[in-house]
Design a protein around this ligand. Structure first.
Ligand SMILES: Nc1ncnc2c1ncn2[C@@H]1O[C@H](COP(=O)(O)OP(=O)(O)OP(=O)(O)O)[C@@H](O)[C@H]1O
Ligand SMILES: [Mg+2]
Length: 364
């Protein structure tokens, strides 16, 4: 069942086209994460679903109803902002009660509801405080609680965790995930934090300059990016890109990247390759490591390379390897670290490889 339908949605500010023909269908209960660089139109799209911004053209449906011209308050949505947007002079309790009181719900029903949600979010002991007497994380819980008591059809979140420190962010992320698992309410969540996107999303929507680039499950978008932009945007450190060209001979397909010829007979092509076609081969750092650590089973390829730099990030060891005139980055297990300058045998996990046409930058 489709809960939100965004059809041919365009938004212009004067001559600036901020959203370009966006189409997206969101199923009931999905947790959709909008991801993309700053200024790509994520908040604008969220505001349009909320009704806080008007479309230039197109239509929005929520729960099967065309809400394109419906006021935000009548759209059955609740929004949580990065800035929390709490009423500073009201207690936590009043902040949480406010929306329901405005809707004319009797206090006898509001009280227990607010108390229940406050317990759920572990802020029940803070109900009589003002927002200024709370920490950032507590304020964020109040903002979420205020959205929860409304029991809306759709939750909209605009970078709700970006003002929190790394540790609190991680724990709030887990709580939002648990909340969604127990409530099952449809949600659209904007972030530019990849970890948040990967862990929370049932489907991810990657945007660039007002256009949707790819929609898919996080692992699908991560492992099978549709173009160089998506491939490059996801992953930290980023995907390695190696320029080369296709070789077709004797029924075998390979990619000549100068320093090596990579066999591609096992690669699932989306478009038939041509002999000599200029391509970019993409391989993520975790797919470049000692052969015993490779996991996909897609066929490994080995190469002897010279490590030029080793970076310890705590959980990972990034090994920079010289390959021809270029450098690539691998992720090595701690007990298999090479010595700087001493050539080492490195496995390439060809089952995780992505190929892009060099000109169109699309996956082939
Ligand atoms: N009221 C406005 N008038 C003119 N331009 C606007 C207005 N609001 C947003 N924009 C422009 O629209 C584009 C998209 O903005 P938006 O806030 O949706 O980006 P975003 O993806 O949410 O970015 P961020 O990650 O930085 O929050 C930007 O170029 C922005 O400058
Ligand atoms: Mg924004």
């Amino acid at each position: 069942m489709i809960d939100i339908r965004i059809s041919n949605c365009n938004k212009n500010y004067g001559s600036l086209r901020v959203l370009k023909d966006i189409n997206l269908e969101i199923e009931r209960g999905e947790f959709i994460v909008l991801l993309g660089p700053s200024g790509c139109g994520k908040s604008t799209l969220l505001h349009i679903v909320a009704g806080l911004d008007r479309l230039t053209s197109g239509a929005i449906e929520i729960g099967g109803r065309d809400v394109t011209d419906v006021e935000p308050k009548d759209r059955d949505i609740a929004m949580v902002f990065q800035s929390y947007a709490l009423y500073p002079t009201m207690s936590v309790r009043s902040n949480m009660e406010f929306g329901l009181r405005m809707r004319g719900k009797p206090m006898a029903e509001i009280r227990p509801l607010v108390e229940e949600k406050a317990r759920m979010l572990h802020i029940d002991h803070l109900l009589d405080r003002r927002p200024s007497q709370l920490s950032g994380g507590q304020r964020q819980r109040v903002a979420i609680g205020r959205a929860l008591v409304r029991d809306p059809r759709v939750f909209l979140f605009d970078e709700p965790l970006s003002n929190l420190d790394a540790k609190l962010r991680a724990s709030m992320r887990t709580e939002i995930k648990k909340l969604h698992q127990s409530l099952g309410t449809t949600a659209i969540y904007v972030t530019h934090d990849q970890l948040e996107a990967m862990t929370l999303a049932s489907r991810m929507v990657v945007m660039k300059a007002g256009e949707i680039q790819q929609v898919g499950k996080p692992e699908e978008v991560y492992h099978r990016p549709v173009n160089l932009f998506v491939a490059d945007f996801l992953g930290n450190p980023g995907m390695n890109f190696m320029r080369g060209h296709i070789r077709l001979d004797g029924g075998h397909i390979s990619a000549d990247i100068g320093a090596a010829i990579l066999p591609l007979d096992g690669y699932a092509f989306e478009a038939a390759p041509a002999d000599g076609q200029a391509v970019v081969v993409g391989l993520r750092p975790e797919s470049i490591q000692p052969i015993s650590g490779l996991t996909s089973g897609g066929g490994a390829f080995t190469l002897t390379l010279r490590p030029t730099l080793i970076e310890h990030t705590g959980s990972d060891n990034l090994v920079v390897l010289a390959m021809g005139d270029e450098e690539i980055v691998g992720k090595f297990p701690t007990d298999m670290l090479p010595k700087l300058g001493e050539p080492v045998t490195v496995g390439f996990d060809l089952g995780r490889l992505s190929l892009f046409d060099a000109e169109s930058e699309r996956r082939i």
